[in-house]
Design a protein around this ligand. Structure first.
Ligand SMILES: Cc1cc2nc3c(=O)[nH]c(=O)nc-3n(C[C@H](O)[C@H](O)[C@H](O)COP(=O)(O)OP(=O)(O)OC[C@H]3O[C@@H](n4cnc5c(N)ncnc54)[C@H](O)[C@@H]3O)c2cc1C
Length: 737
């Protein structure tokens, strides 16, 4: 029986097993997803890795070898993940976590392969989220892989929003693509003429259909819509030239041109006719919002996968760095530890690993949340319709009332039984989950890909020159560049920050955030080694800063927190993301500790694994808290004017005579006076009298509390580094270099 002290000193023996990951990322009870992971991994580390290793990424052209990957996706079950069983799929229920796991496995080896697979789902998503039942049945079934005995080829799709400059990019409202009525015979369905040019459209080299965003160019059509185009529609379906991209070369990207006649039934979600005008039921923004809301999470998963995939190749490189040299004889430190004898190399790897863990935890938490939200959303829609709550305004009013009720319940003490209503009441549950999804999705996309790209550079740097060669094991150089695309497509960072700057101020989200702070303190008392206490302090500081910025002005009297002031709202969104990721990481490690005991294969090395993972949490919370504190301090003080050595500034200073007089009464007081102005106006050589912090005292006390909360975080880093220097890894990577 292990004693308490021996358990505490136990540490990681091997890389985390699949069984441990299943617990951490919430699919330990989903055998179907565990099998899916194995299938996706076989494709990733088989055909995908072989194609990359044989130079498949050296061209941006769509080749036969790349096309074969699509067939591998079909035969392994990857393509069918997106479909419901009635449309040829095999997974019932929501599929956000399933798609996230597939993305994780593919991106572990190559982001382009992951994108090629996901872009098909993206093309179908408008139909899945807002399509009519007929559209769903038709296109989902066509896109499903053939069943055994079937000879048909599955349809592939592309999603076409982005247009050639100067039109749609980050600003999705600036559409140049147009839809007009080509023909509208009495009592017949209208025929539409669609003109759309795309820029950087994934899957276009082989797509059989395209879901395209277009605006009305005809007074007989109201607003915008998403329309489905097929390659055999009459007119021009020109796939355009392939994009000469430097990333994700295993996917096909190009700038297509469409000029096609299609029936009006291709409008996603259908249309009504009012006073002779065709009115799409959903405009393009409504469809896109429903789509990106889910698909952006999977993009965030991809960058986290890259970081975690870098750990093993970096360890192997570091250990073997000097082997073969005359001085590095077996048994010597140089031979056995190689670069791992150097603290900095280990510490940097700890940072890469901790970031990967935090990113994966955040992304999988978001995916699980959408799995929970999807059926609740549908049920809520149904319930509201049954109650006669129809139309945008009435619905908004009902949901706002529910949000107020939810906030009131969340304010009750944690053990108040009335809080159970949040789970029992469908609409309360919906608004609560929805407010979280509004934050977690953009946070995942923003932090995982943006900060992930930075940390991927760090991973590459740990391999020295090797890191930026094609021979680098784990294709780390490719992954670094690819991460930048993940930060860009489906809306770059600015889009996510813009969305967060609105959703993170939702009082219902903030009420949950406050609960999380209390929860972190509780966790800290039971698991002090996770850094939960520092995180709680940083979260409190973030809340204080948000409130302060929402209610104050800059030196010129201009409002600080408003949508045009991206210099305020965007950094605060960044700060929040750091905190959310660190929180999710801690929650996953606690789950591992709790449920790991029930699985004999995990239980064996569990104390060591949990100790190591807790140390990574501690490292990450220290970094996250520090980042949040740095950003918050800049925002709280940075918009105040620094006092100058002028009349106004001098009012807060000591006069030398005055100070001397006080010194006579209270000996020593002069030592505390920093801003002393002489009778001749002379003053100390510095920017001006020191700035005061009036009104910001609580911030300063949180700031200094946070500094002391970091106690122990570097010890955790030392422990994690030591564990990495001892961990056993396989002799070789399980996919080719
Ligand atoms: C390989 C690849 C595949 C792609 N696949 C697809 C696809 O399948 N379908 C599709 O529709 N699109 C696709 N895209 C397009 C992609 O989604 C866009 O490139 C992306 O959304 C950014 O738009 P943009 O390139 O026009 O950048 P811009 O809009 O020109 O942005 C440039 C910079 O300015 C910043 N910026 C812009 N506007 C603002 C603002 N209002 N506030 C603050 N900052 C701002 C941005 O953050 C960015 O840093 C793909 C792109 C690539 C490279």
């Amino acid at each position: 029986m292990a004693t308490a002290s021996s358990i505490k000193s136990e540490t990681l023996q091997t890389l985390p097993s699949d069984a441990a990951r299943q617990i951490q990322w919430g699919f330990v009870d989903r055998y179907d997803l565990q099998l899916l992971v194995q299938s996706a991994r076989a494709v990733a580390r088989g055909p995908v890795a072989r194609l990359v290793a044989s130079g498949g990424r050296n061209s941006h052209e769509w080749t036969e070898a790349k096309a074969q990957l699509l067939e591998a996706f079909d035969s392994s079950g990857i393509t069918a993940v997106f479909m419901d069983p009635e449309h040829g799929g095999y997974l019932t229920g929501p599929k956000n976590l399933a798609l996230a796991l597939v993305a994780f496995e593919l991106a572990w080896v190559d982001g382009g392969a992951a994108t090629a697979s996901l872009a098909g789902c993206l093309a179908l998503s408008p139909i899945h989220e807002r399509g009519t039942p007929e559209q769903k049945q038709h296109y989902m079934s066509l896109a499903a892989p053939p069943q055994p005995g079937e000879t048909r080829k599955p349809w592939r799709g592309a999603f076409c929003l982005t247009e050639p400059i100067p039109y749609v990019g980050v600003d999705t409202g600036m559409l140049s693509g147009k839809v007009r009525i080509a023909e509208w015979k009495p009592d017949e369905e209208p025929i539409l003429q669609v003109e759309k040019r795309g820029r950087f459209i994934t899957n276009i080299g082989f797509a059989n259909f395209v879901t395209a965003a277009v605006d009305s160019g005809d007074e007989r059509i109201k607003g915008s819509c998403i329309v489905i185009l097929e390659e055999t529609d009459p007119g021009v379906f020109d796939r355009g030239t392939p994009t000469r991209k430097m990333v994700h070369q295993l996917s096909s990207t190009g700038d297509p041109i469409f000029s096609l006649r299609v029936p009006a039934s291709r409008i996603v979600g259908g249309y009504d006719v009012k006073d002779g005008v065709l009115v799409p039921r959903y405009n393009h923004s409504e469809v896109i919002e429903a789509v990106f809301r889910r698909t952006r999470v999977t993009v965030g998963v991809m960058t986290a996968a890259k970081l975690l995939s870098a750990v093993e190749p970096v360890i192997r490189y570091q250990r073997g760095r000097f082997r073969g040299a005359e001085m590095a004889t077996p048994g010597s430190v140089r031979y056995e530890l190689g670069l791992q004898a150097r603290e900095d190399t280990l510490h940097r790897l700890v940072d890469v690993w901790a970031t990967g863990e935090a990113g994966a935890s955040l992304a999988f938490a978001a995916a699980r949340l959408f799995d929970e939200l999807d059926p609740v959303e549908k049920e809520t829609e149904k319930l509201l319709a049954e109650r006669g709550v129809v139309g945008g305004k009435a619905k908004l009013k009902a949901l706002r009332g529910a949000a107020d009720d939810a906030i009131a319940l969340l304010r009750l003490p944690a053990d108040d039984p009335r809080q159970a209503q949040l789970q029992r009441d469908l609409i309360l549950r919906f608004v609560t989950l929805d407010s979280l999804a509004d934050v977690l999705c953009p946070a995942t996309k923003l932090w995982n890909t943006g900060w992930g790209a930075q940390m991927m550079r760090e991973a590459v740097s740990l391999m020295g020159g090797y890191g930026i060669t094609e021979d680098c094991p784990g294709f780390l150089g490719n992954k670094w560049m690819d991460a930048q695309l993940e930060a860009t497509y489906e809306g770059p960072e600015a889009v996510q920050r813009r969305q967060l700057s609105v959703t993170m101020t939702n009082p219902l989200f903030l009420a949950q955030f406050r609960q999380w702070i209390r929860e972190m303190r509780r966790i800290a008392s039971e698991h002090p080694g996770t850094g939960a206490c520092a995180l709680a302090t940083a979260m409190t500081m973030w809340l204080w800063t948000l409130d302060r910025l929402q209610h104050s002005t800059d030196a010129q009297g201009a409002k600080l927190y408003n949508s045009a002031r991206q210099g305020v709202t965007f950094p605060l969104a960044d700060a929040l993301c750091w905190l959310l990721a660190a929180r999710c990481q801690i929650m996953d490690v606690l789950e591992l500790g709790r449920r790991g005991k029930q699985d004999p294969s995990v239980a064996e090395g569990l104390p060591g694994l949990v100790n190591f993972m807790s140390d990574l949490c501690h490292v990450q919370t220290a970094r996250a808290s520090g980042e949040a504190a740095r950003i918050a301090a800049e925002l709280v003080f940075g918009y105040n004017r620094h006092p100058a050595w002028d009349e106004q500034g001098a009012r807060g200073c000591w006069n030398v005579d005055e100070l001397n007089a006080f010194e006579g009464l209270i000996p020593g007081i002069a030592a505390y006076a920093v801003d002393v102005v002489g009778n001749d106006g002379s003053h100390p050589q510095k920017a001006g009298p020191c700035a005061k912090c009036s009104g910001a005292e609580p911030f300063l006390s949180l700031h200094s509390k946070l500094a002391t909360c970091l106690t122990g975080s570097r010890l955790a880093k030392d422990r994690a580094a030591e564990a990495i220097s001892k961990i056993m890894i396989p002799e070789a990577l399980d996919y080719p270099a």
